[in-house]
Design a protein around this ligand. Structure first.
Ligand SMILES: NC(=O)c1ccc[n+]([C@@H]2O[C@H](COP(=O)([O-])OP(=O)(O)OC[C@H]3O[C@@H](n4cnc5c(N)ncnc54)[C@H](O)[C@@H]3O)[C@@H](O)[C@H]2O)c1
Length: 308
């Protein structure tokens, strides 16, 4: 069977590409990216035993009509910087929604099963714990998160004709070939490794947020394909809920002299919440990767850098 991965050079896409051969049933893997973030290295040394091909395509401009039917599609192509999305709001709307519509049209035409990556950043209102059906707690706090919600609704509109699953991922931790450092844990590890101050949003220090190991993200995608979980439902996907303070403590376990600076942010009014993964657990999948292990591995890639 054929798997198409969009945004294949990105952080999550490159992690899946390197391991796609472990997914039972998958014999051929098609990768697409437009090198928007220039991570050419994500294509180096892919597994020789499976049939890989790569296409340099801007999915916001070029339709996928020429591609023969694929069985599964994991859609990772997106502008992804939530904090930076205020400055490029218009472009982010254009790029991400054009890509999404292109993918939906392709899946409708070819009956391909779609894994759609949303984000737990769609939640924004105060509650002790938020779950998938708490629509009144949906309050995106950035253009990036607003777009995720629009994408989810585009899929819901087509639910009778599509087979898909929407996964609201927590913030990703862990190392991949296409690793980026603009999200919380990775950025903190990067700063600590370069002996820089870690900028922490004042309001966020003691707030709980959901995090997801990239290993658990892959486990989830593999599960969907192998168990045929395409029920047109939305699921929260996380390895655990932690405060920034707890994350910093984990970094301090492996790195001495971690320096912190408290700063303001455009996304200030978010309140503390835990995200529930009960719905997913009921489907029989348990995500158990340790965030602290990801932190250890991320710090390790910079281990040659030494400062007095
Ligand atoms: N990383 C996280 O913490 C996180 C958390 C929740 C959800 N997500 C979602 O998961 C998906 C993948 O995230 P990521 O961290 O791998 O992002 P990333 O920024 O590392 O990768 C995105 C990739 O998409 C490509 N791309 C962007 N626009 C494109 C276009 N028009 N045509 C073709 N390729 C295009 C980029 O070149 C890049 O390689 C995104 O939808 C993101 O919103 C990520």
């Amino acid at each position: 069977m054929k798997l198409l991965i969009t945004g294949a050079c990105g952080h999550i896409g490159s992690f899946i590409s390197e391991r796609a051969h472990k997914i039972k049933k998958i014999k051929e893997i098609i990768l697409i990216d437009n090198f928007n973030t220039q991570r050419y290295n994500s294509l180096f040394n892919l597994n020789k035993k499976k049939k890989f091909s790569f296409y340099n395509i801007d999915l916001s401009k070029k339709k996928l009509n020429n591609f023969k039917k694929v069985d599964y599609l994991i859609h990772c192509a997106s502008h992804t910087n939530a904090q930076g999305s205020f400055k490029i709001k218009k472009e982010m709307y254009r790029n991400n929604l054009s890509c999404m519509k292109n993918i939906i049209n392709y899946c409708l035409k070819n009956k391909s099963k779609l894994i759609h990556l949303s984000s737990t950043s769609v939640y924004g209102k105060q509650a002790n714990i938020v779950s998938e059906n708490d629509d009144h707690l949906l309050k995106p706090q950035s253009p990036y998160a607003e777009i995720k919600l629009i994408e989810e609704n585009l899929l819901k509109k087509n639910r009778k004709k599509l087979k898909y699953i929407t996964l609201r991922l927590g913030t990703i931790s862990g190392v991949s070939k296409g690793i980026r450092f603009h999200t919380a844990i990775n950025k903190f590890c990067f700063n600590a490794s370069l002996n820089e101050k870690i900028n922490i949003y004042k309001t966020a220090y003691n707030q709980f947020r959901p995090y997801l190991s990239v290993k658990d993200a892959f486990k989830m995608f593999k599960f969907c394909i192998e168990k045929n979980l395409f029920d047109n439902e939305t699921y929260n996907v996380l390895s655990g809920n932690f405060t920034v303070k707890q994350i910093i403590e984990m970094i301090k376990k492996y790195k001495k002299n971690v320096k912190i600076k408290f700063v303001n942010t455009a996304i200030m009014n978010q309140l503390s919440y835990h995200v529930s993964n009960r719905k997913l657990k009921k489907r029989g999948i348990n995500l158990t990767s340790e965030i602290s292990q990801d932190i250890k591995e991320t710090l390790k890639i910079f281990k040659s850098l030494k400062y007095k």
